[in-house]
Design a protein around this ligand. Sequence first.
Ligand code: NDP
Length: 259
Amino acid sequence: MSDLGWTCLVTGANRGLGFEFVKQCVAATQKSGGRAHYVCCCRTPDTATQLHKLIEETSNDKITFSVLKLDVTSKLDRQNVVKFCEVKLRESGLNLLVNNAGIMPHYCSEGLETVEGAELHRTYNNNFIGPTLLTQGLIKLIKLAATKNPHKTKILSISSKSGSVGHKRFMIGGAYDYRCSKVAINRTARNLAAQYGAEGVIALPICPGWAATDMGNRGHLKAEVPVVESIEGVREAIRKATQDTNGLFVDHLGEYPPW
Ligand code: NDP
């Protein structure tokens, strides 16, 4: 490990599951007494109040942060983030990439009649194309980390069981844009596992459960899983992931739902 220690980049780190992920990882670093560097990416860093508060309260000589502007759909933003990381993480590489940022423009009851091309493009850009191209930009740094820590270097794609083609609960229709975008990002993760597994990189498409964030609570029904519990499960699934489970779709309970 370099002076930075363990390195982690999270997209959409300002609120919801992304923020909770950073918060729990920082607490774990504090507990272990280890070193870590967090690259926290947000669309509007200036308004990321709770993230800045966390940083103020927890940064020290061992736990350090970079806060970067990243709209995952912006090529320029992605390039800037990659350039920054190529300098900052040149020795350590990137141990964990968390492709978390995502949107769900339509609630699940939307049918085919309401599908609009522009919305399909927007959701694919946010949930699939942006994260895939960000991963492409960072893959050299991820592979570098894997040479030092094989099988402990991971790429996480926050997916959703609601995109599952085989899950009984989701035989219902609707949300064409969101569900199909999650199918696509699942396949990216599977491809990454196939392409980079031999080099020690583990890729995980993971469902965080129906979690009580702004997104999770936007419908008329209340979300089932508290945010803390969701991320505890996600982190445990990351910890347990090995070459044997590389690329498998997993959920926050550690179960393997159908694709
Ligand atoms: P929230 O809506 O609470 O938060 C979404 C986060 O993503 C925000 O930080 C938001 O930034 C960011 N974001 C959205 N679009 C972009 C973009 N183009 N570029 C950069 N950042 C962006 O959602 P959750 O925290 O619940 O969701 C996180 C992930 O988990 C998503 O991928 C979602 O699909 C997935 N998921 C969530 C479930 C749930 O029940 N909550 C269930 C299954 C999957 P900003 O503040 O600027 O809007």
